[in-house]
Design a protein around this ligand. Sequence first.
Ligand code: GDP
Length: 436
Amino acid sequence: MNNLAVVGAQWGDEGKGKVVDLIAPRFSVVVRFQGGPNAGHTVVFGGRTHALHHIPSGIFHDGVRCLVGAGALVDPGRLIEELDGLLEAGVAPRGRLLISGKVHVILPLHRALDGAMEVRLGTSAIGTTRRGIGPAYAAKVQRWGIRLGDLADPERVARELARALDSGIADWCRALGAEVPEPADAARDAEAWWQRLAPVTGNVTRELHEALAAGRPILFEGAQGALLDVDHGTYPFVTSSSTVAGGIPASLGIAPRAVEAVLGVVKAYATRVGAGPFPTEDTGRLGDALRKAGREYGTTTGRPRRCGWFDAPAARHAVQINGLDALAVTKFDVLSGIDPLRIAIGYRIDGGEIDDLSDVGDAWDRVEPVWEEHPGWSEPLADARRLEDLPARARAYLDRISELAGAPVALVSVGPDREQTIIAPDGLLGAFGRGD
Ligand code: GDP
């Protein structure tokens, strides 16, 4: 097999960045297909922490070409900052990074609308990152968006923005108390952004077709997670794009069969940022312990993440809607010293039991997890490099979550560093090995 997708199988922040960075040398191309700077991947190596928001996590490997496909979003100002940050860290992205000219651009207007809407919603806010993601995707499907390639023609940007404002967007801004942008300012921004971004903008779909025809291995990098998918997640508390593997071919303009296998990343427990259903959340002492041990604070926003237990119905749902071939279980080290451990094996609603998350409908406020308890272990796991190095109770816990989710474990992460990883010897990753 050549091409592998790595997607989040919970509510995001599962550690996809570490997994992609780790296996990227096995591939020629790493491509992101959705989301924008609401994603924050953290990659740790050589004692340094690197945060990425737009750029694929393969960028830290010299021979790997990094692409961003049409279904993603970019915030040009932030992207330029990210490029500068990489240069400071000694990584030269030029020549190795290409972003589709079809990617939609987040304008200051979208950020202003995002913030104003969240403020207006008060206690019923979605808990977005306020980075303008929702309004930029809304503009795209309402056909008043600006695409990265459009920045080449600042006059056109001004004209398109003026047309959008006239169509009612200016009234919407005023109603929300958000500043109405000046088309001339947008043209000036476009000109400045294009000077920096023109060299990294191009035809990503064509490059992917060439890579596919030549049999060059491709890694598809997801952002956010299955339960945040706009169609299959806990709507409306979701992100604004398709986070599941099915979104890959649509976003990139390639055949579905190009995605040959899918690896789902799950934490050994669960976290969620923002509002919305989270049946296994622990708002007490144990949730605090997980947050502290797992350093559960957002890469993009610094917000404390809500913490709780492994949710098997949610994992099973993720396995089904993505067609996951295997799991990468991360943050396993965080569970050492917590005893007992809990896993939700099903949900109870109105006296009945279900084990399929898609049967919950809109009854989230009445869901009670059905718990199974597991004996914990006190040994630290950070130095484990083989499955046999894990204490028997940790092995049993791993086997149980794999069995409940319905997918084998291909990788176990026991710390943030690249080294702190166990690759299952007979697992899915054995099929991918350009660099081995
Ligand atoms: P992503 O968006 O899915 O890439 O996830 P984030 O980067 O937002 O969050 C994952 C965080 O966990 C990062 O700070 C990683 O460095 C860290 N991390 C990843 N894997 C492990 C692990 O196995 N153990 C520990 N303790 N931290 C990890």
